[in-house]
Ligand binder design. Structure first.
Ligand code: APR
Ligand code: PHB
Length: 388
């Protein structure tokens, strides 16, 4: 088999890249370790920036998002039972869209099926070869046979645990990491959201987030310890721990119900540099992770894909390597800003330190955020997404 770009991973990064390349006549094959059903069952992020919406439109997969997605013009932050609102519209003129990553993945999969571009699911033992040569290739096992794809480029879109980053020469890669001593316990329920806008909650008992997917489906998170066992969190316990962290109005409006999904995710900041090794380009979670507090994971994956697809389109159309040369630097400049914002929001809202000094500093910083127009503007600009 031969293709122009071999894409490893059928998450949002790989699927979106495949769709944009296909639109410009660039052949690509996606290799995915899991089945399509498994990929669609993962419940993940839910907030997308305007620039991500624009890219999904450009890829021709934005129709359902505009029909079903919820535009949010602001966000609420509740500190010790008192709620404050930050208006994105007033501060930046922009909004964000609340639309689940699961739905985006489905739209991308349907879009790919509609144009007949190939995805090989249940592709095992994917292995990258010759990335520093002009003739890279990928081997894998599918349908019980070892197969090979020759290509011009390999796009490593296989997430944090994928094989692509591990295939980079060890001496050429630098990684930066911060592991936070906490996780998020999340549940999805078919109950109406507690508010029209997301509520980020800072409370002495710990962080909480009230989010949503639709007007009848809510997503809630609670800060938990890393050692937490999901079995010890029956739904009743979740609601009991959430309630005291909310303000009175939210508590009154809270409708509880059985969870339809429940999971724990650790919080981590991670960046691998650079993002190009010869003919291998990393994109999305394969190269970086942000804690979910800033809602940036999916948006960063989309911005990598935007830079990479433009560079590849330019290469095939004009035989110019300029975009490919600059890919890593351009992507990383944006990534580090989102890393800073996600780290800052995480430190601002969680119960991390038991030291009263740290807690007082947190409260002083939050007070400044609510009082200062400049601080609120910086927050809003980062949340809705910095320009490219
Ligand atoms: N071979 C083939 N596929 C693989 C391999 C492998 N060795 N390892 C991982 N994969 C697949 C995974 O099964 C997954 O479907 O790569 C895909 C990577 O998808 P994501 O982890 O969703 O990463 P990405 O597409 O970059 O999306 C980033 O998704 O995970 C969220 O928070 C993240 O919102 C962010 C966005
Ligand atoms: C979500 O709805 O899953 C969500 C929203 C905002 C975040 C993180 C997750 O910051």
């Amino acid at each position: 088999m031969r293709t122009q770009v071999a894409i490893i991973g059928a998450g949002p990064s790989g699927l979106l890249l495949g769709q944009l390349l296909h639109k410009h006549g660039i052949d690509n094959v996606i290799l995915e370790r899991q089945t399509g059903e498994y990929v669609l069952e993962r419940v993940r992020a839910g907030v997308i920036e305007q620039v991500t919406m624009d890219l999904l439109d450009e890829a021709g997969v934005g129709v359902r998002m505009h029909e079903d997605g919820l535009l949010h013009e602001g966000v609420q932050i509740c500190v010790n039972g008192v709620r404050h609102r930050i208006s994105f519209k007033d501060m930046t003129g922009k909004s964000v869209m609340v639309y689940g990553q699961t739905e985006i993945t489905k739209d991308l999969m349907d879009g790919r099926a509609a144009v007949g571009a190939p995805t090989i699911y249940a592709a095992y033992d994917v292995s990258l070869h010759g990335i520093l040569s002009d003739t890279p290739h990928v081997t894998f096992r599918a349908d019980g046979k070892v197969q090979q794809i020759e290509c011009d480029f390999i796009a490593g879109c296989d997430g944090f645990h994928g094989v692509s980053r591990k295939s980079a020469p060890h001496a050429a890669i630098v990684t930066h990491e911060r592991v936070y001593p906490l996780g998020w316990l999340g549940i999805l329920t078919d109950t109406p959201p507690v508010s029209e806008e997301l509520i980020y909650v800072r409370h002495p008992l710990g962080f909480a987030l009230c989010s949503m997917r639709t007007p009848t489906r809510s997503r809630y998170y609670l800060q938990c310890s890393l050692a937490e066992d999901i079995e010890s969190w029956p739904d009743e316990r979740f609601w009991e721990e959430l309630k005291p962290r909310l303000d009175e109005e939210a508590r009154d409006r809270l409708v509880t119900g059985p969870s339809i999904e429940k999971s724990i995710a650790p919080l981590r900041s991670f960046v691998a540099e650079p993002m190009r090794f010869g003919r291998l380009f990393l994109a999305g979670d394969a190269a970086h992770i942000v804690p979910p507090t800033g809602a940036k994971g999916l948006n960063l994956a989309a911005s990598d894909v935007r830079y990479l697809s433009q560079a590849l389109i330019e290469y095939y159309a004009e035989k110019s390597e300029a975009g490919l040369k600059h890919y890593s630097d351009r992507a990383l400049a944006r990534i580090w800003k989102a890393e800073r914002f996600s780290w800052w929001m995480t430190m601002l809202l969680h119960r991390i330190s038991e030291d009263p000094f740290d807690q007082k500093i947190q409260l002083a910083e939050l007070d400044y955020l609510f009082r200062s127009k400049a601080a609120a503007t910086v927050f809003a600009e980062n949340y809705v997404g910095l320009p490219y």
